[in-house]
Design a protein around this ligand. Structure first.
Ligand code: SPV
Ligand code: MG
Length: 296
C-alpha cells in the first residue's frame, strides 16, 4: 500500500508530466478503466500506468446507461475519488465536454483544478450515447468541435495537462479519410493527442489510421471489440496509449453474480469463502493500518 492511502503521493502537475514523458519517449501507456477509488486502486495495484475514469463505468455504477444522464459534477466527483486513491495519472472520459463550447472550457477548468492529468472530449453531439449503441450516433460539425478544443485549451492553466480529442468518425461509419481530416483539425486546434475509437471486430481501422497519420501526435485506442489486439502490436503500430475501458467492471459483474447465485443456492456463504477477498484484504486495499497509524 502506498502513501496514496492518505491522498495522492504525487503532485497533480507531475502526473500529467509523466504522461507527456511517456508520449515523448515512445513508451506505450497502458490504462485500465475504473469508476471509483477502489476500482482505480485495483488497477494501480495490478501495475497499470494510468486509470481511465470511464463514463460507461461511472454511469453503470449509478445504475444508469451511458447516455449523458449524469452531469459534469457527478462524473467529476467520481474522477476525484479515483485521483485521490492512486498515484498514477488519471485520464478522464469527459464525453462531449458535457455540452457546448463553454461547457468544454468549464470541464477543463474543473478537472484540471482537481489534478486530473488527462481530459478527453469526443466529437459527438450532446447528449451522446455510448459508442457501442447501434442507433443515434451523431457527429458534431468538425469546426464546432475544433472551437470546443480551442476553448478547453484556453481554459487550461498548466502546460502539462493533456487534452485528448476523440473522434467517433469510425463509430459513425464515416471511414478513414473523415477520421484523418478530423484528427488533423483537432491537433491544429490544440489537442495534445487524439483518440481514434473503433467498434470493428479487428484492428484494421486503427492500424490503417496509424499508417496514414505519420506520428503527427500521440494516438490513443480502446480495443474493446478487437480484444485480441495486443499491447505489443499496438506499440509496433506506433500507438501511444491503450485503454482497457471496461474489462474490470465486467470481471466484477461476473464474479458478483456467480457469488450471490452460489450463496442463495447453497444457503450459506461457506462455499464462496475460499474464492472471495477477505475482509482483511478490504482493510489492506483501503489503507486501514496506515489510517490507524495516524491516531497512534
Ligand atoms: C467509456 O469507457 O466510457 C468510453 C469507452 O468512452 S467506450 O465505452 O468504448 O465508448
Ligand atoms: Mg465514455
Amino acid at each position: 500500500m502506498t502513501i496514496a492511502s492518505y491522498g495522492p503521493s504525487t503532485l497533480p502537475g507531475s502526473r500529467a508530466a509523466t504522461l507527456r514523458d511517456a508520449f515523448a519517449n515512445g513508451r506505450l501507456v497502458r490504462v485500465a478503466g475504473a469508476h471509483d477509488g477502489l476500482s482505480a486502486r485495483l488497477a494501480e495495484e495490478a501495475g497499470f500506468d494510468s486509470v481511465w475514469a470511464s463514463g460507461l463505468e461511472i454511469s453503470a455504477a449509478h445504475g444508469l446507461p451511458d447516455v449523458s444522464l449524469l452531469g459534469m459534477a457527478e462524473y467529476l466527483s467520481a474522477a476525484v475519488a479515483m485521483q485521490r486513491s492512486v498515484s498514477v495519472p488519471v485520464v478522464a472520459d469527459c464525453d462531449t465536454g458535457f455540452g457546448g463550447v463553454l461547457n468544454a472550457a468549464y470541464t477543463m477548468m474543473r478537472y484540471e483544478e482537481a489534478g486530473v492529468a488527462g481530459v478527453c472530449i469526443e466529437d459527438k453531439i450532446f447528449p451522446k450515447r455510448n459508442s457501442f449503441v447501434n442507433s443515434g450516433q451523431k457527429l458534431l460539425d468538425v469546426d464546432e468541435f475544433g472551437r470546443k478544443l480551442e476553448a478547453a485549451k484556453r481554459a487550461q492553466v498548466s502546460s502539462d495537462t493533456v487534452l485528448i480529442a476523440r473522434t467517433e468518425a469510425f463509430i459513425c461509419g464515416l471511414g478513414l479519410q473523415e477520421a484523418l481530416t478530423r484528427c488533423h483539425h483537432y491537433v491544429d486546434a490544440g489537442a495534445d493527442a487524439v483518440l481514434v475509437h473503433s467498434k470493428a471486430v479487428d484492428s484494421g481501422e486503427v492500424v490503417s489510421f496509424m499508417k496514414e497519420w505519420n506520428h503527427r501526435a500521440p494516438v490513443v485506442v480502446v480495443p474493446t471489440t478487437y480484444a485480441d489486439f495486443s499491447a505489443a502490436e499496438a506499440q509496433e503500430a506506433g500507438i501511444s496509449m491503450v485503454i482497457y475501458a471496461n474489462q474490470g467492471m465486467r470481471a466484477a459483474i461476473t464474479a458478483i453474480r456467480s457469488t450471490w447465485a452460489t450463496v442463495l443456492a447453497e444457503g450459506s456463504t461457506a462455499p464462496v469463502e475460499p474464492r472471495i477477498a477477505s475482509v482483511k484484504d478490504i482493510f489492506a486495499i483501503s489503507g486501514m493500518d496506515q489510517w490507524l497509524d495516524l491516531d497512534r
